[in-house]
Design a protein around this ligand. Structure first.
Ligand code: MGD
Ligand code: SF4
Length: 835
């Protein structure tokens, strides 16, 4: 708005436009302040029952991503055919038409060769419309290879909650009503999945709840906790089992959820098994079994209410998992283990058990996830007031999948084995209990290098930087050299771009595109829309305009199915109109997906809207509050109960074994787990796998997310480097590897020294920081620096040298195969040398 007599805009005359931040997986509902075609400010959406107008520090960094002077502003093509670090791609500007025609040409060549499955799409972060370009059109072309980044994010986190509670997903924590929070490595006020809500409520929560943080690093949350448990890396499950042991021996479990012994007398005694059944006299039995027959009769020794298999779990595993046993393994003193267990028992069921990458993204992390989550069951905190619950329902409508547009060539292509080898004997990837249903995000690099099951010839990467973000990043560099044609849709040139043949300048998710994103927190499910409010350069919306342009280009080459799919199947629910361009497609997709929320006839509950326009202005829908305890007895597991002995996992493992004509023990041996027999179905201890011998690599590496990390992005933000010391022990403009003073003295290392870190995977150089907040024997280093190709603030010399080192060159390529997750934690040996 400008004053008639004065061309200078009147301050405050802009408007707040609703959108959603995707700076981390919290996906907060936002409003952006827009005036005269510029975005000035971001705040929490005032209608949000999770955050209100508050937000985390990183929300503002979205603005400097948007206005980053190093952003790509137009399509480009490579002129130097040689690919690799140090090779200048020689990018030159081209038109959108040339870019999409070249892309379409390469796809058509694959179809003409009868090999459309050699097309792969990779997805990093995404909006809910991403499936149209990355999966649906890919399948119409004839490839099954839509690879997401989920397994380098936190798939193992879902393993315990699914196989014990039927929830393949993350959890929301009712910290407002909590009395105890136990975190296994999660740093909720800095990272994890509820950051804005956690930062807003943490201080209040400390007034009514105790907090214990298990972490080899003195994290932001540990700094505000009542207890810090600086655990030996990779041993969290031992601690969780010992806590469970004390909870049972001291009769602290939550009886209204778990149940009790038939006669109320606790039989959980260290080292002693408990009989599954007990013979009781006729009179007692009649009462217990509601039976009128005479004589001694057998009754279950323990009557479980909403759980399954507690006594089996005790007998098979827990009875010997004493605090003394765990103290040896974890280095956490017996008294502290007992104290935390008692405090948990006293606070039950108002207890939050947070799991994190540090606990479970390791070689046997599926079972760590089970061990941690089992505590939520024992304490009655699952799906309960003050505890944790699955995400609230957010019933967006699904988009048409385009199956009818697949010809015979496409059908044959999508029947091929997927490039990530999911479902092979050695890759069960048991998402939602199905063999091979999960992604193995890191595996394609290896598959490409070995051409097993085949090579990839055309790659479309969207919003990811796998050459930097994947463990053992060196392997991705090598693999990318082998893929002859690549397109990268990105905001910034990144390491991934250095291998691309075409660069497509993408829209910033928060300010420049239509999309739908949903999340949960504070007991509410929320669904929000992103809407275009500004446009920088000649960009296109990545999940609507780019698929449209590709479909048009394919149509020009004589392959009309993708364009027909987009034109015919997408309909504006208000007007009945079909899209005529990608921008219209974006708006129509958003209206279709969100219709259940704004259509006055809808029955989904939550916020009511009269029509689309009213919904658009608010920008978000909120569900009714989560119904605590409604899942008790109806968990979605095989038995319907919280399974300490997972019948659900037993079935899943059996199905995978049957698929390969083998038995479960062989599956576990092949996948590098120690369990045999029934241990496979319960939370149990597995020795951590150490990468690198203790003699050669005596330290253990701890990778974490700096509180300024917007996942892998935002790293070219001036604040990201200038304010790195917002994490204690980090430096401004530097890349710190933090070590304990005891170790530093032994090695003759001082703060500021240049040091070399080596592992079985590689070697990097960075700067030593001597800091007491590191457990002795560990090296702590934040993920995020070491970019050899990004922007002016984060790369030393673009395309060649980095500031510091990329953690992923140290982290070896290994998997937790039951979940498909990559390994980032556990016991990664490193050597530290002063340079
Ligand atoms: P990013 O690194 O965030 O995602 O890793 P990836 O999935 O690879 O992707 C960065 C790219 O996306 C850049 O090219 C950037 O310019 C582009 N980009 C940014 N915004 C947009 C946008 O709005 N649209 C489009 N099209 N492109 C955009 C993240 C991954 O890293 C994740 S999620 C996790 S949880 C892991 N974290 C992690 C860790 O903690 N430690 C270590 N060592 N490695 C990690 N890797 C994983
Ligand atoms: Fe929310 Fe994460 Fe964005 Fe912060 S960075 S505002 S926690 S989505």
């Amino acid at each position: 708005v400008v004053h008639a007599a004065n061309p200078i805009p009147i301050p405050g005359s802009g408007e707040w436009v609703p959108t959603v931040c995707q700076g981390c997986t919290t996906w907060c509902m936002k409003e952006a302040y827009v005036q005269d075609g510029r975005v000035f400010h971001v705040r929490g959406n005032q209608h949000s029952k999770i955050t209100g107008k508050s937000g985390c520090v990183r929300q503002s960094m979205a603005l400097t991503e948007l206005y980053d002077p190093d952003r790509v502003r137009y399509p480009m093509k490579r002129t130097n055919p040689r690919k690799g670090r140090g090779e200048d791609p020689g990018f030159v500007r081209i038109t959108w038409e040339e870019a999409m025609d070249t892309f379409a040409e390469k796809l058509m060549e694959l179809r003409q060769k009868g090999e459309p499955y050699k097309y792969m799409t990779t997805r990093g972060r995404y909006g809910f419309m991403s499936g149209v370009m990355l999966a649906n059109i890919t399948r119409i072309i004839g490839s099954p290879n839509a690879i997401t980044h989920s397994a380098i994010c936190a798939e193992a986190d879902k393993f315990g909650p699914y196989f014990m509670e039927g929830n393949w997903g993350y959890r929301q924590y009712d910290i407002k009503n909590s009395r105890y929070q136990l975190s296994f490595g999660a740093d909720p006020i800095a990272a994890n999945r509820q950051v804005s809500f956690a930062t807003r409520e943490w201080g209040n929560m400390l007034d009514h709840a105790k907090v214990a943080v298990v972490d080899p690093r003195f994290s932001s949350s540990a700094q505000k906790a009542d207890e810090w448990l600086p655990i030996r890396p990779g041993t969290d499950s031992a601690l969780a089992l010992a806590l469970a042991h004390v909870i049972l021996t001291e009769e602290l479990w939550h009886k209204p959820f778990v149940g009790d012994f038939f006669d109320g007398k606790n039989r959980f005694v260290s080292g002693q098994t408990v009989a599954l059944e007990t013979m009781v006299e006729a009179a007692d039995a009649a009462v217990e079994a509601e039976d009128t027959t005479q004589g001694p009769t057998a009754v279950p020794t323990f009557n479980e209410r909403y759980t399954h298999g507690l006594v089996q779990w005790w007998n098979l595993e827990l009875k010997d998992r004493t605090p003394e046993w765990a103290a040896e393994i974890t280095d956490i003193p017996v008294e502290q283990i007992v104290r935390v267990a008692r405090d948990l028992g006293e606070a039950a069921p108002r207890v939050g058990i947070w799991l994190s990458r540090g606990m479970h993204m390791n070689t046997r992390g599926s079972y760590s996830s089970m061990c941690g989550h089992a505590l939520a069951g024992l304490l009655g905190a699952a799906e309960n007031d003050g505890g944790s619950m699955r995400f609230s329902a957010r019933p967006t409508a699904s988009l048409p999948d385009g199956a009818a547009y697949r010809d015979d060539l496409a059908k044959a292509g999508i029947a091929m084995e997927m490039i990530d080898r999911r479902g092979r004997l050695e890759f069960p990837a048991l998402a939602r209990g199905r063999s091979g249903a999960g992604v193995i995000s890191a595996q394609p690099a290896n598959s490409i290098l070995e051409e097993d099951p085949y090579g990839i010839e055309v790659l479309y990467s969207s919003w990811n930087n796998f050459v930097y973000a994947q463990p053992h990043a060196q392997e991705w560099e090598e693999a990318m050299k082998k893929v002859p044609f690549q397109v990268h849709s990105t905001l910034n040139l990144a390491e991934q771009s250095m291998f691309a043949d075409i660069i497509l300048p993408a829209s910033h998710s928060m300010f420049e595109r239509w999309n739908v994103v949903a999340n949960s927190g504070n007991g509410y499910g929320v669904v929000g829309i992103q809407q275009p409010m500004v446009k920088i350069g000649d960009i296109r919306q990545d999940e609507s305009e780019i698929p449209w342009l590709l479909a048009e280009a394919l149509d020009r080459k004589g392959f009309s199915a993708p364009l027909e799919y987009l034109k015919n199947e997408f309909t504006d629910p208000e007007t009945g109109a079909h899209p005529t361009n990608g921008d219209e497609l974006g708006l129509i997709m958003v209206k279709m997906m969100t219709r259940p929320f704004w259509d006055p006839d809808s029955t989904v509950g939550g916020t009511k809207f009269a029509n689309w326009e009213e919904f658009r202005k608010v920008g978000m829908w909120t569900s009714d509050h989560y119904p605590f305890q409604s899942r008790w007895g109806n968990m979605g597991t095989k038995t319907g109960n919280f399974e300490f002995y997972s019948e659900t996992l037993k079935d899943a493992l059996q199905a995978h074994a049957d698929r390969h004509n083998t038995d479960i023990d062989n599956v576990l041996a092949t996948c590098n787990y120690e369990a045999r027999g029934e241990l496979a179905f319960i939370p149990h201890y597995e020795n951590p796998v150490r990468h690198g011998s203790e003699s050669e690599y005596p330290f253990l590496f701890i990778d974490y997310k700096h509180k300024l990390n917007r996942e892998g992005r935002g790293c070219n933000h001036y604040w990201y480097t200038a304010e790195r010391d917002t994490e204690p022990g980090d430096f401004k403009f530097g890349d710190a590897a933090k070590i304990n003073p005891v170790d530093a003295e032994r090695l003759g290392i001082e703060t500021g020294d240049t040091i070399r870190l080596s592992s079985v995977s590689g070697t990097i150089t960075c700067t030593a920081s001597v800091w007491e907040g590191v457990r002795p024997g560990c090296v702590v280093k934040a993920f995020g620096m070491g970019h050899w190709a990004y922007g002016r603030n984060v790369s030393e010399e673009f395309g060649r040298t980095a500031i510091g080192g990329n953690n992923n060159e140290l982290i070896p390529g290994d998997y937790d195969r039951l979940s498909g997750s990559s390994v980032f934690s556990g016991q990664i040996g490193v050597r530290v040398e002063k340079v």
